[in-house]
Design a protein around this ligand. Sequence first.
Ligand SMILES: C[S@@+](CC[C@H](N)C(=O)[O-])C[C@H]1O[C@@H](n2cnc3c(N)ncnc32)[C@H](O)[C@@H]1O
Length: 286
Amino acid sequence: MAEPSVHGRIHSVFWERGPHQCLHSADLMQARQRSKQRKRGTKVARLFEQIDSQPSEIGEITLRRRRIPALGDRDIYEVKLGEEFLMSSMFVDAEVALSDLGLNETEGDNLSVVVGGLGLGYTAVAALKHQRVAELLIVEYLEPVIRWHQQEYVPLGKDINADPRSRYIHGSFFDLANAEPESGGFDPEAPGKQFDAILLDIDHSPRALLNASNASFYTTENISRMARQLKPRGTFAMWSNEAEDNVFMDVLREVFTDVECHLVNFFNPFQNRESFNTVYVARKPG
Ligand SMILES: C[S@@+](CC[C@H](N)C(=O)[O-])C[C@H]1O[C@@H](n2cnc3c(N)ncnc32)[C@H](O)[C@@H]1O
């Protein structure tokens, strides 16, 4: 049996139960209870549901909803890429902290902000809670992930859709970060635009990548290219599943000032213990 990950994002499948897999005894009791309730005509939620699954350039992308009786009556949403878990709604502290730490460091009002990687929308919605944010571009590579939000298959879709400050941008963050400012960039309607903050949560860490081709982004050359789309004193913040990475810190220090790596602790109910993620925050020189 695989060891559960100590980090917020789940790599292990030790607790995974698909529709054709065995139920554990607690679940069996729950299933019997549900069957009785069904006979009595009471409406009950399903324990597991695969909401959508679509092929993509980087693997099969799947949205699932489950209930784990031992963890109470709440729907848990999960996104998988191939066999890997990308995101769970079970613990989102560091995804929220990415916005809070990044935007608290960002100066000024009427902020234009980019979020790289939509996932289940926690970073995006946390950014929208900052009243100083005037515009939020959410850059997402996989069209199904955007559609799950637009069609409100996921809980935070309605918050993003209802907020006129937000806009989905379908494209690869890394390609748009690399674009020549005169002809491209994150905002297709405003080539060369500069932003107050860029908040990134795509790969598991600067070393653990969703796609091998992303590796070139975490270099001084390409982080500098992305920084052309930040205003002077603008903020770059990035989520990671791993402890502070000295090599990446050095890359950030070559491009930015005020570089910090914050530890975000949270309780992992699957392991019944504290766990952590990290958030890098850095400022473009003024
Ligand atoms: C871990 S999730 C982000 C979680 C998000 N912070 C949240 O609060 O739910 C990573 C997201 O990045 C997306 N992604 C993968 N490669 C990408 C790329 N090259 N450009 C933009 N988004 C990408 C994935 O489809 C996924 O939606």
